[in-house]
Ligand binder design. Structure first.
Ligand SMILES: Cc1cc2nc3c(=O)[nH]c(=O)nc-3n(C[C@H](O)[C@H](O)[C@H](O)COP(=O)(O)O)c2cc1C
Length: 377
């Protein structure tokens, strides 16, 4: 299979994965208006190419949270990656390490904080969901600290789970429940089934497993998570977290400039502009459409990462021109992981690297710092 772009990885993932699982990864909430806007709004932004610039050497390296990274990209946190490939989060973290970019491990990841720390080096961050039980929440922060994670990401856009109608219709559960419909779906995807069958029972949420009262097996763990996810989180909780974590802190799921400014004033080192890849509030704006106003409000006092809809290097170049420091990928990484584990994730990262280089060269841009509003029409 020749992969010419991330969309080719998506197509391959679609044919490889059972529909129920592909839809869980790929789908959005409700009418998927936000999911579509995430792509459509990138496609409505055009470059302002400059010519006769010597682009014999184009440098993609840049600084994020004070660390040098090889290109302006991070792997966004995604829960339950092991349902697409047995190699799971460790594979994604290794691919990120190899590429010289940060990897963010989710609270609901398949692999635990400790397992990923032991299995991969590099720049590792941990994404935190707040539990109703604040001592449990504190426990995650302490585990991230003890295992040398470099930054903490507080996700704030999951006060309820989005209404993902494809999952409801498909009867999506982890591990897959055997109904006549799901049975046909799985046997219709024999490559996935052969690779995954021995592992299905072992799929877990590595960070939640073993917590008192969480139960056993991924169904019980998911139910525990849903019960524990705290819809009462407020500004006080951000202040609390800032008080107990002294390394870089980012807030993820921000779409409003005033919110972003207040977070920075409270000590956040980074803002992740995200609509959760179109999986939460349908009708939330695309991230690229709010980037400029948030960048103006933050005024260089914190780093800005944008995710949701990144499928091409050109998307990243456009986001950087509008004020982002780097971009994140969720689904693009999972398509690569599904089709080929760690090397699939590396394939996606390197595809984006080549495309960023290409778009920079053809717009007449030699280094990341030279991407400005002038890069766009
Ligand atoms: C299958 C899946 C699981 C996700 N799980 C989490 C999660 O556990 N925590 C979180 O903060 N974001 C989660 N996200 C959102 C991603 O971090 C990211 O914001 C989103 O995928 C970006 O959009 P993109 O998929 O278009 O790249 C998840 C996304 C997907 C697709």
């Amino acid at each position: 299979m020749i992969y010419t772009c991330v969309d080719d990885y998506r197509r391959a993932a679609k044919s490889y994965l059972p529909k129920t699982i592909f839809d869980f990864v790929d789908g959005g909430s409700e009418r998927e208006i936000t999911l579509r806007a995430n792509r459509g709004d990138f496609e409505n932004i055009f470059f302002n190419p400059r010519t006769l610039v010597d682009v014999g050497k184009v440098d993609l390296s840049t600084e994020l949270l004070g660390e040098q990274i090889s290109m302006p990209l991070i792997i966004a946190p995604t829960g339950l990656a092991a349902i697409v490939h047995t190699e799971g989060d460790v594979a994604a973290a290794r691919a990120a390490e190899q590429a010289g970019i940060p990897h963010v491990l989710s609270t609901t990841a398949s692999d635990s904080i400790e397992k990923v720390a032991a299995g991969a080096g590099g720049n590792k961050w941990f994404q935190l969901y707040f539990f109703r039980d604040r001592e449990l929440t504190r426990g995650f922060v302490e585990r991230a600290q003890a295992n040398d994670y470099q930054a903490l990401v507080m996700t704030v856009d999951l006060v309820r789970g989005g209404k993902r109608e494809k999952d409801i219709r498909n009867g999506f559960t982890v591990p897959p429940r055997i109904t006549p419909q799901n049975f046909l779906d799985m046997v219709g995807h024999p490559r996935w089934l052969l690779r995954m069958a021995p592992h299905l029972k072992k799929i877990t949420m590595g960070n939640v497993e073993g917590i008192d009262g969480a139960g056993e097996g991924v169904v019980a763990l998911s139910a525990f998570m849903n019960e524990q996810l705290d819809p009462t989180i407020s500004w006080d909780d951000l202040a609390w977290l800032r008080g107990i974590w002294d390394k870089p802190l980012l807030v993820k799921g921000v779409l409003n400039a005033e919110d972003a400014r207040r977070m920075v004033d409270m000590g956040a080192d980074g803002i992740i502009i995200s609509n959760h890849g179109g999986r939460q509030l349908d009708g939330a704006p695309s991230t690229i459409s709010v980037l400029r106003e948030i960048a103006d409000a933050v005024a260089g006092d914190a780093d800005i990462i944008l995710d949701s809809g990144i499928r091409r290097g050109a998307d990243i170049v456009k986001a950087l021109a509008l004020g982002a420091t780097a971009c994140g990928i969720g689904k693009s990484m999972l398509y690569g992981l599904a089709v080929d584990g760690q090397s699939g994730v590396s394939g996606v990262i390197e595809m984006l690297r080549r495309e960023i280089d290409l778009a920079m060269a053809m717009t007449g841009t030699r280094q990341i710092a030279d991407l400005t509003a002038d890069t766009l029409r």
